[in-house]
Design a protein around this ligand. Structure first.
Ligand code: LMR
Length: 327
């Protein structure tokens, strides 16, 4: 190595170590980077870097690369990962009240949903998560869920009878499928594609974003646009990490999170139509996927059966909380 090359190598090392981040946040999630959640996690990482002048680095791990949703809660607790953004059902063991969001046909539309999330009910639920030793940050959207199957296409609730559906670990979702005579089976998100492919389960319920980006359309024969329930997220941080995090940097993280939340919700709203067109194009091109649009009468039949489960959860979630959300 010439003297000049040696100097250049040392200088490069000094520059890179000068700009190395002082803090690293490992941010784990289970979906694809091109979903609203995946895009917002990357957006958050970029904004944190900018706002802290590189003092904090956020490393995003998508697609269950680091942890499945169940394992991530433990990993957060022991500090192996600092941030995650699980869907509400994944909190069932910790804060079962968050299953409120799993109740079928609870929200009239996205405005109603946001009013609940961003109002007193949402705050109360965040406080419960905080009490369990996590920092509850913001609510992120995915979207309304749609039913799909490989067996009898789902037009009326009776069509679901005897079919096996993959669910997230939520007692509400279990009751919802039992109400229509179906057999629910809890599986981690990372196993859904192969479970559908191998016939371990016949169908599932997913927002269009997950249905499209995980290619579930390749292993399902029909998709029913039922909008029967909602799937969203709560961004959480390790309390152990946050407590030790320098006070001057905390507002920057909060700012980046608030900006990412606005971005995430916009993306969720605008990508919904994009994903539907892509699924429709696939269905048309291959003839392998039937897309079913329910008439108001058919959708009302699903609603009527599924809402019968509410009283079962007055104890676990709280009748007052359910009624407050309905308002
Ligand atoms: C699921 O397990 O179906 C979802 O929670 C995945 C996700 O994070 O959107």
């Amino acid at each position: 190595m010439t003297k000049f090359v040696k100097i250049a190598v040392v200088a490069a090392f000094l520059v890179s170590s000068t700009f190395a981040a002082e803090y690293t946040i490992k941010f784990s999630h289970v979906v694809s980077p091109n979903t609203p959640k995946g895009k917002a996690a990357n957006f958050f990482a970029k904004r944190v870097k900018e706002l802290t002048n590189g003092r904090v680095e956020v490393k995003v791990f998508p697609n269950s690369q680091l942890y499945t949703d169940k394992a991530v809660m433990k990993a957060l607790k022991i500090g192996n990962v600092q941030m995650a953004v699980p869907s509400f059902s994944k909190f069932t063991g910790l804060v079962p009240q968050l299953q409120l969001f799993d109740l079928p046909f609870l929200f009239k539309d996205v405005n109603h949903l946001h009013a609940v999330m961003d109002g007193p009910v949402g705050q109360k639920l965040k406080d419960m998560v905080t009490k369990r030793g996590f920092v509850a940050l913001n609510y992120w959207d995915n979207g309304f869920k749609q039913l799909s199957t490989n067996k009898k296409p789902l037009v009326w609730p009776s069509d679901a009878k005897g079919q096996k559906f993959r669910i997230m670990s939520s007692k509400v979702l279990e009751a919802q499928f039992k109400a229509v005579g179906a057999n629910p089976q809890v599986l981690p998100f990372s196993e859904v594609y192969s479970a559908l492919q191998q016939g371990v389960v016949d169908g599932g319920e997913n927002p269009l974003s997950n249905f499209y980006t995980k290619k579930f359309y390749e292993v399902q024969k029909s998709l029913t646009l039922s909008n029967h329930g909602y799937l969203g997220y709560l961004v959480v941080m390790s309390k152990r990490f946050w407590d030790k995090f320098p006070a001057d940097l905390k507002p920057k993280i909060i700012q980046a999170m608030n900006e990412a939340t606005v971005y995430e919700r916009k993306e969720a709203a605008s990508l919904e139509g994009v994903f539907l067109s892509k699924i429709e194009a696939y269905a048309k091109k291959t003839g392998k996927l039937k897309i079913i649009r329910l008439t108001p009468k058919q959708r009302e039949a699903w609603r009527k059966v599924m809402v019968t489960i509410y009283p079962q959860f007055y104890g676990v979630i709280g009748e007052k909380l359910i009624k407050a959300a309905q308002k």
